[in-house]
Design a protein around this ligand. Sequence first.
Ligand code: MG
Length: 314
Amino acid sequence: MRILCGLFEVFRAGGLIQLYRNDRAIAAYLGLAIGDALGATVEFMTPREIAAQYGVHDTLRGGGWLRLKPGQVTDDTTMSLALGCSILAQRKVDALSAAHAFDAWMRGKPVDIGNTVRRNLLQFRKTGNPEAPYSDHDAGNGAAMRVLPIALATLGQPEETVRAASRAQAHVTHNSTLSDAACECLVFMVQDALLGADKNHLLHQYAHPLVAQHPEFKFRAVRQSSNPSGYVVDTIQAVFQSFFDTDDFRGCLIDVVNRGGDADTTGAIAGMLAGAAYGLKGIPAGWLTTLNNDTRHACKTQAKALFELGLTLQ
Ligand SMILES: [Mg+2]
């Protein structure tokens, strides 16, 4: 069973506990952005290329194929923020509103955009339908990278409500069974971590059942996932290996981004999980101060607002 709804009700009145969760909600959002900024430098590189250029890449140094400034983020963070704005404006998760928010984001000429996201948002412009057609080929990580606002806004709600909200946002661009499974697993993991669950719980409650239901996601006793592609299975394998095999925020992020490949997205998702699991105190000060000021502010503000919205929607 999820830790949850009951426990949430019991604890909900406790201000200190809310503060604790609020801290983890903010840490999850900052973790997402920091992982994105850290990973973007080495996106599309192999571990060997990263080692040759940086030794161990552990600094928010910018650069990479997008020629970013130090602490600058990419679509993983900016699409999450766009989704969060839509949820806050509507005071609920609404697919059409999310689709308009993503479309406005695309019109703003973001620094990068995934192929599946672009194709299905262009389709949305033509049809007005915020649900992309089902396709097993659309199992990229573009929906999984932006699940955090869903996790925050639906915290404590019934499981089916959470799943429906996750699918509503995901299907705007990625309508695939494997993407859905990954998104929902991540949402539940973040939610339980916000409530104080330890990693062992997350492993047995969510990661193993995901693999049992979809063996593609197997991440134990498989080759270490180096150079992970944008395929959501590759992404989750790399993220889970790094998250479960390290003991702190910094170690988790360094481990995952130095695998290269789609490192901004593996970094973003791992950073979200690690932020939720370890809280603000786990985030290295140097990374936090180098993160772009506007981004840091937006992540903090939105994390608090979505968390509070989630409380009012109980
Ligand atoms: Mg990106």
